[in-house]
Design a protein. Structure first.
Length: 163
């Protein structure tokens, strides 16, 4: 299995919630040809599907919509320690979020998830079924794809370091 996976999380029919998918598609179009070794996946929501996709990789970058007290389109780059704190006052747009999924998986499947895991979160407005993404979130797709590329180019920290 490869060393690195990028996972876009979102639901196309829920307005801003689709941003994780949109960013991953933009990154793939702009930068994917430079990284044939990177596996790119898309899922509708965190939970068991996310955990299953992450198993066996050394590094993962997740891209997801986040409901935070920030303007729509704001980018947040979080490591797993940040995610745990982030989970206390914020939430994924999916209910059972990334932080909860990872916390449970780390407890139940020790050593099977990537030791180097980060989240590129994009702040959104509350999602509405059938709505298109807002202009603010659409404007963030290009910058988020560029930030995703920068995250991918950052060296993974040594085992035992946070990164």
């Amino acid at each position: 299995m490869g060393q690195t996976i990028i996972v876009g999380i979102g639901q196309e029919q829920r307005g801003d919630d689709a941003v994780g998918l949109l960013v991953v598609e933009q990154w793939r179009a702009d930068f994917g040809h430079h990284h044939p070794e990177v596996l790119v996946e898309q899922i509708g929501s965190p939970g068991l599907a996310l955990i299953d996709r992450l198993r066996g990789f050394q590094r993962a970058i997740l891209v997801d919509a986040v409901a935070v007290d920030q303007p729509a389109g704001t980018l947040l780059c979080l490591d797993e320690v940040d995610l745990a704190a982030f989970d206390l006052g914020s939430r994924s747009a999916h209910g059972w979020g990334v932080a909860e999924s990872l916390r449970i998986a780390r407890a139940v499947l020790p050593g099977e998830l990537p030791p180097h895991l980060r989240l590129l979160g994009i702040a959104i407005e509350p999602p509405h079924v059938g709505a298109a993404p807002t202009a603010e979130v659409m404007a963030a797709v290009g910058p988020a794809a560029i930030r995703l590329e920068a995250m991918l180019r950052e060296p993974a920290p040594a085992i035992g370091q946070i990164g």
